[in-house]
Design a protein around this ligand. Structure first.
Ligand code: ARG
Ligand code: ASP
Length: 699
C-alpha cells in the first residue's frame, strides 16, 4: 500500500506546469488544468467539460468503431466523424454500379440511411479512479504473476458489477502510468449506426496518400452517420423500428472561424503514446523496427498501386486495405525523422543518467540499467514479432485459410462460413497477393534470423527452388485460391481445410513463432512492465515540477492549445489555414489524388459559395493548432473557447508525427477540417441542406 500512497502524492503535487500545450488530460481530473485552460482563453468551467450529474460536453463525444472519435451535431442523433473513419463502411456499400467512394453518398430521407453491421459507437457514461479497489489484494511480497492474477480478478469483478446488457452498459478497467493507477470506464454502446452522408473521395480523400500526414492540407475528411435507438431511446441491435437517438448533449456549431492564436480544445480518444519510454525503446523504434517495417510496406504498396491503377474494380477492392497499409508506413517515416531531429535517444540517455544519480540511495537504484538490459535481451524477439506480422500475416490467402480453419475447429455454421467467404472475396485480388507473397518471402529469407525460420520454410525453398515456384504451387494447389471451392465446402471438409497448403503455411510459421519467440518476448515484456512501473513512479518523484499525464490508451482525453503556424525547416513558415484556392491550385485531372469534381471547379469559377465563405471571401478548408493528439483522435471535435464546434480533427503534420514519443511544441500540430468546409460541401456538393437544417448554430 505504501507505494500507492507515494504515487498519489506525486501526481497531485505535479499537476501545475507542463511544456506548452503538451498533454492529454483525463476529463474527470480536468479541474486540475482548468485554470491553465482559462488563462489561455477557455470561457467554460470544468463541469461543462465533464460532469456525472449534468449533461456535459463529454455526452456529445463518442468512440467511433474501434479506433476513431465522433461527435453529435444535432438533437436527432446526427454524428460527424472523418471520411477515413467511415471509409470501410462507405466502401462496403460500394460497387462498380454504386461507387459511393467515388461519387459520394447522401441519404435524402431517413429511409435511405444505410445500416452497418458490426459498427458501434460508445458514450462514456462515467470514469473513476479505482486504484485502491484493484490493488487491495496486492502486497509488495507478491510475485509479478500473483499480482497480475489478483489485479485481473479484481478488474473482472468490478466490470461484472457495472455491466448491464439491457442498458447497453459495458465497462473496462485501464491501467494508467504502467499500472500505478487504475481507472474504471463505463460506456453506453449503441449498435444501430447508419450512414447518412459522405462526400466523393475527390473531396473526402483529396490529396490521398500524397498529402496524408502533411501540411498544407486540403482534405474534406468527413462523413456523417446517425445513431438509432429503441423507442425508449436506449441502445438496441439494428431494427427497422428503431428511431433516431436523442442525445443528452450535442455540439452547437460556430461559423465564426478561427484566427491565429485562438484557443482550441480537442475532446477524443487517442490510441497509444509512449511518452515515458526508455532510450533503448526509442532506439529500437528509430533504428530497427520502423525502417524494416517501412521497407516491407513499400514493397506491398508498390504492388498494390500497380494493379489498382489498371482497373477500377481492383481499385475499389483495395482502396481501404491500401489506405491502412500506407497510413502507418508514412507516419513511421515522419516519426523516424522527428526522433532524429529531436535527438530523442541522446536526450533520454541524459535524463536516465541524471535519474540514476538521483536514485543512488533510493529504491529506484539500478532501474535504468535494468531496463536497458531487458531491452537488449528483448530485441531479437521484438524484431521476429515485427517481421512475422509484416510478412507472414500479410499473406491474405493464408490468413483467410486460417480463419476458416478456426471456424471448423470451433464448430461449423454454414451461414457463418458463406458470409466470411463473401466478405473476403469481395475485396480479394489474387495476383496482388501472389506477387506480394513472392516479394515478402524473399525479404523474409534475407532478414529473419535462421533460428526463427521453420523447417517448413527451408523445405519449401528446397523443394521449389525459388519463391516464384513456391508461390505458383501454393496459389494453385490451395482450395482458397478458388472462391467456388470455398463456397462448396461442407461440414465434412474439416481435414481438407486443415491440410490445405495455405492453412499449413500459416500454421507452420505460427508454430515456430509460438515456440521460439512468444515465450521469451512475453517473459521479457512482463519484466519490462514491472520495471516501468517502478521507473514511472520514480520519475514522478524525480521531476516533481513536471505535469505528468497518462499515456494514451484509447480512453477519453482533453487536449488544448491554440491555432498556430509553424516553421518546418529553415526559410519556410507555414500559415495555419488553407482555403479552396489551394484546392484549385492542386487540381489536376491527370493525377488521381488531385482530380476534383467538376461542380467544385464551377463553384470556384462563379464564386458561388452560399453563406459559407470566411471574412476574406474565401472558402476555408483546414487549419492547424498545437493540440496534442494521436491516432484515434481522428474525428474528434475541435472546440472553441465557448464550447462550440469549429472543426473536426483528422491528422497531424509530418514533422510532428514523433509526438507519440516526444512532443515538440515548435512543430507538433494537429490538422483539423474547418466546420464551414463541411457545411459548404453538404450544401453545395451534396445538395443535402436538410441535414444542415437539423443542426443548431451558436449565436
Ligand atoms: N493520417 C491520418 C490518420 O492517421 C489519416 C489517414 C487516412 N488517410 C489516408 N490517406 N490513408 O489516420
Ligand atoms: N489520423 C489519425 C487518426 O486516424 C490522427 C492522428 O494520428 O493524428 O486517428
Amino acid at each position: 500500500m505504501k507505494r500507492i500512497i507515494t504515487f498519489f502524492l506525486a501526481t497531485t503535487l505535479a499537476v501545475l506546469t507542463s511544456k506548452a500545450d503538451e498533454g492529454m488530460w483525463l476529463p474527470s481530473l480536468i479541474s486540475q488544468r482548468i485554470a491553465d485552460m482559462q488563462e489561455k482563453g477557455f470561457r467554460l468551467s470544468a463541469e461543462d467539460i465533464y460532469s456525472i450529474n449534468e449533461a456535459s460536453l463529454k455526452d456529445a463525444v463518442v468512440l467511433f468503431g474501434r479506433g476513431c472519435t465522433g461527435e453529435l451535431i444535432s438533437p436527432e442523433g446526427l454524428l460527424l466523424t472523418n471520411h477515413h473513419c467511415g471509409y470501410s463502411q462507405i466502401q462496403k456499400h460500394s460497387s462498380v454500379e454504386h461507387d459511393y467512394l467515388k461519387d459520394g453518398f447522401w441519404a435524402m430521407s431517413r429511409s435511405e440511411e444505410l445500416p452497418n453491421e458490426g459498427l458501434s459507437v460508445s458514450f462514456l457514461d462515467r470514469m473513476e479512479d479505482v486504484t485502491e479497489i484493484i490493488l487491495k489484494g496486492c502486497t509488495d511480497e507478491m510475485t509479478e504473476e500473483e499480482r497480475r492474477e489478483t489485479v485481473r480478478k479484481a478488474c473482472e469483478e468490478l466490470i461484472e458489477k457495472v455491466t448491464d446488457d439491457k442498458k447497453g452498459l459495458r465497462a473496462t478497467v485501464e491501467a494508467l502510468y504502467y499500472g500505478n493507477q487504475y481507472f474504471l470506464f463505463v460506456y453506453r454502446e449503441f449498435k444501430d449506426i447508419r450512414l447518412v452522408g459522405a462526400p466523393p473521395s475527390s473531396i473526402g480523400k483529396f490529396g490521398g496518400d500524397t498529402d496524408n500526414w502533411m501540411w498544407p492540407r486540403h482534405t474534406g475528411d468527413f462523413s456523417i452517420f446517425r445513431i438509432y435507438a429503441d423507442k425508449e431511446n436506449n441502445p438496441a441491435e439494428y431494427s427497422e423500428n428503431n428511431v433516431p437517438y436523442i442525445p443528452k448533449k450535442f455540439f452547437k456549431i460556430s461559423l465564426d472561424g478561427v484566427n491565429e492564436g485562438d484557443f482550441t480544445f480537442i475532446y477524443g480518444f487517442p490510441g497509444r503514446t509512449q511518452e515515458y519510454i526508455h532510450s533503448e525503446g526509442v532506439r529500437y523504434i528509430e533504428e530497427v523496427s520502423d525502417p524494416h517495417k517501412i521497407h516491407l510496406r513499400t514493397i506491398r504498396l508498390d504492388i498494390q498501386k500497380k494493379y489498382m491503377s489498371q482497373s477500377q474494380a481492383v481499385r475499389i477492392m483495395y482502396s481501404s486495405k491500401n489506405a491502412n497499409v500506407a497510413n502507418a508506413w508514412k507516419k513511421w517515416q515522419g516519426e523516424v525523422k522527428g526522433l532524429k531531429k529531436m535527438n530523442t535517444v541522446e536526450v533520454k540517455r541524459q535524463l536516465e543518467k541524471d535519474f540514476d544519480a538521483w536514485a543512488a540511495d533510493k529504491e529506484y537504484k539500478g532501474l535504468v540499467s535494468k531496463i536497458d538490459g531487458i531491452y537488449k535481451e528483448l530485441e531479437p524477439y521484438a524484431f521476429a514479432t515485427d517481421y512475422f506480422n509484416e510478412t507472414i500475416r500479410a499473406v491474405e490467402l493464408s490468413t483467410f485459410a486460417m480463419s476458416v480453419a478456426r471456424l471448423y475447429q470451433k464448430g461449423f455454421d454454414e451461414g457463418e462460413l458463406s458470409k466470411m467467404a463473401q466478405t473476403f472475396y469481395k475485396d480479394y485480388h489474387l495476383p496482388i497477393d501472389k506477387e506480394s507473397f513472392i516479394a515478402l518471402m524473399k525479404e523474409y529469407g534475407r532478414n529473419m534470423p535462421e533460428r526463427f525460420q521453420p523447417d517448413y520454410y527451408k523445405k519449401m525453398m528446397a523443394d521449389h527452388g525459388s519463391e516464384e515456384a513456391w508461390a505458383e504451387a501454393l496459389f494453385v494447389n490451395s482450395l482458397f485460391a478458388d472462391k467456388e471451392k470455398v463456397k462448396a465446402l461442407t461440414a465434412e471438409d474439416k481435414e481438407t481445410v486443415i491440410n490445405d497448403p495455405a492453412t499449413e503455411f500459416y500454421n507452420e510459421f505460427v508454430k515456430i513463432h509460438a515456440a521460439e519467440v512468444l515465450p521469451q518476448s512475453r517473459r521479457l515484456n512482463n519484466e519490462l512492465q514491472l520495471a516501468y512501473r517502478d521507473y514511472m513512479r520514480g520519475l514522478m518523484e524525480f521531476q516533481k515540477d513536471r505535469a505528468f499525464y497518462p499515456d494514451a490508451n484509447l480512453t477519453l482525453r482533453v487536449a488544448y492549445g491554440q491555432v498556430k503556424g509553424y516553421s518546418p525547416s529553415d526559410g519556410i513558415y507555414f500559415t495555419p489555414y488553407s482555403t479552396l484556392r489551394g484546392i484549385i491550385e492542386k487540381d489536376n485531372p491527370d493525377i488521381f489524388d488531385y482530380n476534383i469534381p467538376q461542380t467544385l471547379r464551377d463553384i470556384w469559377k462563379n464564386k458561388d459559395y452560399g453563406k459559407w465563405a470566411g471574412k476574406d471571401g474565401e472558402i476555408p478548408v483546414c487549419f492547424i493548432a498545437t493540440n496534442h493528439t494521436s491516432g484515434g483522435n481522428s474525428g474528434s471535435p475541435v472546440i472553441n473557447a465557448d464550447g462550440n464546434l469549429i472543426g473536426i480533427n483528422f491528422d497531424r503534420v509530418w514533422e510532428g508525427t514523433m509526438s507519440d514519443i516526444v512532443f515538440d511544441p515548435e512543430v507538433c500540430r494537429n490538422i483539423a477540417l474547418d466546420i464551414r468546409y463541411v457545411l459548404f460541401t453538404i450544401d453545395r456538393i451534396g445538395n443535402a441542406g436538410h441535414l444542415i437544417d437539423e443542426m443548431v448554430f451558436a449565436e
